[in-house]
Structure formats: structure tokens, C-alpha cells
Ligand binder design. Sequence first.
Ligand code: ASP
Length: 700
Amino acid sequence: MNPRIFALLLAAAALLDAAEGKWTPAQVLELDRTWLSKQGLEIPPERLWDPKTGEGLLSAVISTGGCSAAFVSSDGLFLTNHHCLFGILQEHSTTANDFITHGFLASGPEGELRSKTTRVTMPHRFTDVTKDVLAAVPAGADDLARYRAIEGKQKQLVAECERAKGHRCRVAAFDGGLYYQLVDAIEIADVRLVYAPPRSVGEFGGEIDNFAWPRHAGDYAIGRAYVNGEPYRPKYWLPLAKEGVAPGSFVMVMGYPGTTFRAFTAAEMNELKRNFERRVDLYGEFIRTLEETTAGKPEGEIAVAATLKSLNNSFKNAQGQLQGLERGRLLEKQAEAERAVVAWAAGRPEFRDAMTARDGLAAMIEQNGATWERDALLAAIPAGARALSLATTVVRAAIERQKSDAERDPAYMDRELARMADRLEREQKNYFEPADRALFAVFVRRALGLGARERIASVDAAFPDAAGVAGRVAALYAGTQVMDAVQRRAMFGETPAQLKARRDPLLELAFTIVPEQIALRDRQDRTLGTISRLRPAWRRAVIAHAGKPVAPDANSTLRVTFGHVAGYSPRDAVFYTPQSTLSGMVEKVTGKDPFQAPANVLAAARAREFGRWADPRLKDVPVDFLSDADTTGGNSGSPVVNGKGELVGANFDRVWENVANDFGYNSAVARNVITDVRYVLWNLDRVQHGIWLLRDLGVE
Ligand code: ASP
């Protein structure tokens, strides 16, 4: 290795431990400023988020609900990942006009592709509401009543917050209820796709390279937000960096990380392990089923493309979590860390409740074990057959709608119903009957295979004979109107009596399954109540024992993490450098999926048509790079920003050795994978010749 690069890598490594923590905007302001500037932050932290004005560069960081993104122009353009806007490509693709395969570049603003369901939110205000939430819990409430009281208060706070037009609010619990925050965001419902590269660029390396390094995917896409039919004009957007990153460069990743488990006790982590094992098994079967039933049928392949992609991602993620748990002995380490906290707390009366809290959490896990398999299968209904998922949603909505708005399951409150109707309509595009029937049969066979104490009575009654499952499923599909888009739209507005009067066999089955789902929700809410009662006491002791700022677990709220561009050693005698190049991508091309590249990309690469996008040190166009920032799922599409607050890339993944960082940060392998913005611009400039879009992005 070039000695200069090596020295830079070592310098970056010395800073590594600093990178742990997905900090909330408020916490960023509490971090030591000297430390931050030593890391490489060149702007005052208040430029990121000023609590006085409630704005800053973080105002440009938006959530797509599941992914992150950032405004990059004054007229509403935002950059995120290819895989985050993949659903829009699939929504508009047909066998004759296959945007998934060929990508999409609007010919001008009028040609952008509108999504039926994608919405974006941007941060507006964060308010601590811990006192209000806890005051709502009646004395002596059991854990279910406790949770329902918390939820009731949350609904009330959200309703007040959403009185302001265009606002979308939620109350987020941090570390299970250590504190609660009212997150007030501004929502934009008109989102359009402007540019996405062909699948062979956006997903180069496919599932083989997913969660891996070296990587050469151009996992980027550009969308635009509209308000009243006009491009949205954000007050803040991130300018594109004039200079690219190099090993050792300081970066910040800003976004909406979904879920992590670091605050969980070892007993809770053990249950999660079981969850991931079940997911590998179940999703593995779903994936095989979808692949087998659509192979060689282009219409079927397009229909299930988005579903398959997200199943594959969760499947591989679950495998990575399990491998990482094992390799890093993470459960053992957590148990050891807990013993240290317990010993420390034993002599401190103010933390004595921490011990009982930890024991109580273990008892809760034990109790959940009794119906664990059944609950896992019921909870997986939305990931399986569309017909079953949609039928139960329609029935559930009818039942919930009979209650007053405030008494409903939050997912079925008025604020959700219109968007739920959009989703129900959008699902038609994901439907391919042979695949769906096969998925339905997977669910039924698994339900019939449950142990004696975990039977799902409704499925037992509908499928009395295991040998007749396929025939019975076929009859259900032949007799139902749930998968007719027009009928389904009508059903979604009907009362339970009207739905029953239809005598639709699938709705009839759904009427017997929904009570099981409602009972499951009660069990889940009771668990959340227990957690809200116990985890805060445990976390208070853990944090006091740590004696330094501790970032809360990810919960889909806005966070910032600080890191540096750095390579790593995945195993003995191997060191990965942190940047990949266009020439490296060409070297990997085999011409066979997933290692093929579009002819125009290959031609420009082979002609070394780098334009101004080459990195001066690499003498090549940089494609992806690694940093040691602390990210997880949901950070996909997160803007990666340099010390001046300029955009250098779009985060899209983690390396294989780092998937289990959801359970604990390990500086040796904590690396996230980022598409270099220079690769985006190279593609746009030298391959697509998208002059108008470059101009809109401020590239002269
Ligand atoms: N690829 C992930 C996502 O989809 C990001 C990650 O897991 O780091 O959110």
C-alpha cells in the first residue's frame, strides 16, 4: 500500500472511538465543541441546528418514511438512494417501458414521475414532553393500561400539533421511555422521481454485494418535492462540495436511523436473536417462492420486484446480525457489561431499582415465550401474501372505524386512512396471482404446523385438512373480490355488516383472523407498557455508570453521527482501503447479472472520459467510499456532509462485519458505505448528458 495512504488510514484509526453515537440535534449542541472541531467540524454546531430559531442545515435533511434524503437545490430537488425511490420506478414500469432496467431521467420538470404513496417530511420542532406523557399514567395501572394511557396522551399531543396545516407529528419514545419527544415535522405529499440510473448502475453487484465491501454501486436517485403543483422552495439545502473526500476526511451522516437495540438487556437481545433466526427461515421461503413463481414471466417479475428487493434486504440483514452476534460474542459481552453495572449500582441506593428493572425485563421475555411462534407468524402477515394482508386490513379498518377516532388503534385513525387508501390502491401493482397464492399457502402450512399451545384457531377451522391447502387457497382466490382494485376501494369504505353481506370467502376468513391480530396487539402493547415502566430505571444506571454522553437507540428520529473516511480489516491479513473507483467497477464486470454495466457507462469508463469528476489522488472517478460513522437501516439516503456542511455523498449501506452494530458499536469494523457525489455527477454529465438537471443542481 502507498505509505501516504497508510499513514492517513492510521491517523483516521486514531480517531475511531470518537465515532460512536447517533446524536439527537439537542445532544449535538451539548457535545464538547473543542472535540467537535478537532474531529473536523469547521462550522459552529448551531449552524447544524439552532434551538432558538428551530432551524439549521438539519432542516434540509428529510425523511421519506423508511429512508433519509436531503434537499440539494433551491427548487426542491433532493438526493437519496436508488433503492429508496425504487418503488416509484416499479410503480411506473411496464414490460414495454421498463424503468427498473433502463433507469429514468426526466426530459425536463414536466416529465417527472409522480408517486402515489411517497411523502417526505422535514424537521420543524422538537419538544420534550416526558412530564406530560408520564403524568397521564394512572396510579396502579397494569402494564397494558399503562401503555394505553401513554398512547392516549401521545394521540392528544399529536392531534394538537397537527392542527397546524401541513404538519405531521409523532411522539417518539427514547430508550423505551427514558424520555419522550414531540417531533413536529412539515410534510410534503407530492413527490416525483427526476432521475434514477439503470438497475445495473444503482444495484451493481446486486444481492451478492449487498452489505459488502468492496462495492461499486451507484445507489443514488434524485427526486423533487412539490407544493400546490409548484417545486417546493426549501429554506435550507445542502450545497454540493467543491472538493471530494480522501482517506481521513471528516464526515457527518445526517438522517433518520430506524431501530437499534443497544439499550436492550442481554435477555432481550437473546429474544431478538430468535427473531432474526425466524426471519431468515420465513423470508428465505418467501423469497424462494416469489422467485420460482415468477421466473421467466416478465410481468410477474416486475410485479414482485420491489417486494422481493425488500425481502432480500431484510433476509441478508438478519443473516448479518446473527453472524455478527456470534463472531463478536455480543450477547456474552452485554451480559458482562450488565454485571458491571449491577455491581456498581448495588452500593448506590439511588440506583437500586435498576436491578429489579433488569430482572423484570427478563421475566417479560420469559412470559412472551409462551406464544412466541404464533405471534411471530401473525406479525408476518403484512410481509406475505397481498391478498391476506389486504383482506385483514380492510376488515380491521371497518372494525376500527366504528370506534371514535381517539379510541382506535393508531394505525387506523383518520389521519392514516387517506394514505392507507393510497397504499391499498398502489398494492395492485405488486400483485401477481400465482406468486401470491403460493405465499398464502406458505402462511397456512406454517400455521398448521404450530405447536398444540399456539394454534391459530381461525386457520385450523378454515383448513381442516393439511393435504387440501393448495385447493382451498385456489378456491379462496377464485371466490374473492379483494384483489379487484375497484371492489377493494369500495370495501375500504364499508362497515363490518356491509363487508359480511358480501359473502366474500376471503373477507370471511379475515373476520376470523383479525380478532387474533387484535389480541396480538394487546400482548404487544402490554410488553411496551412493561418496557416503559422498567427500561428507564435500567438505562439511568447504565448511563450514570458510563459517566459520559450516551446517545439513545435509533427510533427513526433525526440524528447526526460524526466519523472519518477510513478502511478496515475484515479478517486476518486483509486490509480494505476506503474508496472504490470506476475502473474497479469495470474490472468487476462479467457481463452477467448482477455484474453488468450499461454500454454507455462502460464506453465512457473505458475511454477514461472522466471530465472534471476524477479524484486527483485516485486519478479515476471515485464510486463509493467508507466511513466509520455510526449508522443503521433508515440511514439509507442520508446526506454525508463534510466539515463545512457541504454534501460529499449519499449513505446507502454498511459492511458485512458491521451489520450487527445494531447491538453494539465496534470501532474496528464500524463502516458505512456511501456513494460519492462525484460518481452521481459523472453519470449525469458524461453518460446521461443531463445538462438541465446539472444546472438545477448548481453545477456550472
Ligand atoms: N441498506 C440499509 C438500508 O436500507 C442501510 C444500512 O442498513 O446501513 O437502510
